[in-house]
Design a protein around this ligand. Structure first.
Ligand code: FES
Length: 456
């Protein structure tokens, strides 16, 4: 019997492979032409070490130098030795570029457009070769906006992985590329291309109670998670707090109500930021945390919302001295690119989002870390002259000047940095070259957007 194994790469791209009975993950990856890191293939070097997020497996034979008992206990594993005993999700410590793979591309047909509130639409796609599309509940895809010359926007699945027709939510914003298409020109039957799945925001094996937090249409990936939970035997309570700006932003309440019947131990609250709301619960989602939702930290938190909401929740937990067992989040900011969707709600806006173009928010912290990373490369090779020459170039000053005001970076930049450092540490020149080449593309896209925004 074969099992499905999700290989989640550091740059957010996930590839799924089938692993046969008695087959190792490394052998199945090789057959699928995915070059996960490997060296000895014998459980001796530790090069292939990965982290298992969920599932059962036989770890195989290996020596302590390759994988310690403590590491194995914590969930680390050796794909060159491990044989799955169930479906697995593995975090592979390299980028998809380095593994010589990329996100898969899918063709589909727009099968439904539903206006579910004054501000929000739901749309569904019938995917060609649906059997080839696997994703983890919570992940997203990049959808090419028809008629836009190939521009893409990111949307999280609101449907579960086993549902035939895949669905998404979109908040309609004036001037938004996808918003304009959905509202003004989309027709059932339109052909739509997308790539993915992507993202490390997905449901892990429930080992304790969960608190799900949604901001605006950040509800979508949590609906996918709930759909998955509805098909599982999960003995732990699940509570959702769903925050929006105004009453008209609340959607899919009947669906949530239905999950209270389909998932044992599921409950939810809605919170509206608008002080004039008819809602019982107003303000921020954090105003409505009850002690039982947080279980003194013995809880897994899943949050999808705009950056201010993520920061608000993080600050609240810190102030309360609460450290959840796991805190998974999808933070989306809007891409500052030509014809991008309008900006996200202002910094201290209550839990809500405009249309979701996932990316990272850039700020002081990123800029400083980015500088430190580039200097590390020069320091690592021990060439002081090269470092001084780099400092005299215009590039570092330009990055410092334009990135601080920017709101978007290519999502792969962070993972590139880690991939380059890993390649340096292993003294793997080929991997370093591949990682740096990939990073160039991502860095150029980021700087082009930042320079353009700064010039306006
Ligand atoms: Fe050496 Fe797996 S490749 S331990």
């Amino acid at each position: 019997m074969s099992h499905q194994v999700a290989l989640a790469f550091e740059d957010g791209i996930t590839r799924f492979i089938k692993v046969g009975a008695n087959e190792t993950v490394a052998d199945a990856s090789y057959k699928a032409r995915i070059n996960i890191p490997l060296d000895c293939r014998d459980g001796a070097c530790g090069t292939c070490k990965a982290f298992c997020e969920s599932g059962k497996y036989d770890g195989g034979d290996y020596i302590e130098e390759a994988l310690t008992d403590d590491e194995a206990e914590a969930g680390y594993c050796l794909p060159c030795q491990m044989v799955p005993e169930s479906d697995l999700v593995l975090q592979i410590p390299t980028t998809s570029d380095v593994a010589k793979t990329s996100a898969a591309s899918f063709e589909s047909t727009l099968s439904e457009i539903r206006r579910i509130s004054e501000t929000t639409y739901a749309f569904s796609l019938e995917v060609d070769k649906r059997e080839d599309l696997s994703f983890l509940p919570g992940q997203y895809v990049n959808i090419e906006v028809p008629g836009s010359g190939g521009q893409t926007r990111s949307y999280s699945f609101s449907s579960g992985p086993e549902v035939d027709i895949v669905s998404f939510l979109i908040r309609i914003t004036d001037g938004g590329l996808m918003s304009t298409y959905m509202r003004d020109t989309a027709q059932v039957g339109d052909r739509i291309t997308f790539t993915g799945p992507m993202g490390s925001f997905f449901l892990r094996e429930p080992k304790r109670q969960s608190l799900l937090l949604a901001g605006g249409t950040g509800l979508a990936p949590l609906l996918a998670i709930l759909e998955k939970l509805a098909g599982m035997d999960n003995p732990h309570p699940v509570h959702l707090i769903y925050g929006v700006n105004t009453d008209i932003d609340l959607v899919e309440l009947d669906v949530l109500q239905d999950y209270t019947q389909r998932i044992a131990g599921f409950s939810f609250d809605t919170v509206v930021g608008d002080p004039d709301s008819a809602s019982q619960k107003k303000g921020y989602v954090t105003n409505h945390f009850e002690p039982q939702h947080l279980a003194e930290g013995d809880v897994d938190i899943y949050l999808c919302g705009p950056p201010p909401m993520v920061e608000g929740v993080r600050r609240h937990l810190e102030a309360e001295g609460l450290k959840p067992q796991n805190f998974y989040y999808e933070k989306f900011a809007l891409a500052v690119v030509p014809d991008a969707e309008p900006a996200a709600p202002a910094a201290e806006a209550p839990a809500a989002q405009a249309a979701a173009d996932q990316g990272y928010e850039i700020g002081e912290e990123f800029t400083v870390t980015n500088d430190a990373f580039h200097e590390f490369l020069f320091k690592a090779v021990g060439n002081e002259h090269l470092l001084q020459a780099y400092r005299r170039l215009d590039v570092p000053a330009l990055m410092a000047a334009v990135l601080r005001q920017e709101h978007w970076i290519d999502g792969a930049v962070d993972a590139d940095h880690l991939g380059i450092v890993a390649a340096f540490e292993k003294q793997d020149i080929a991997a370093a070259r591949a990682a740096i080449t990939a990073h160039n593309q991502h860095a150029k896209a980021t700087m082009a957007a930042a320079s353009k925004a700064a010039a306006q």
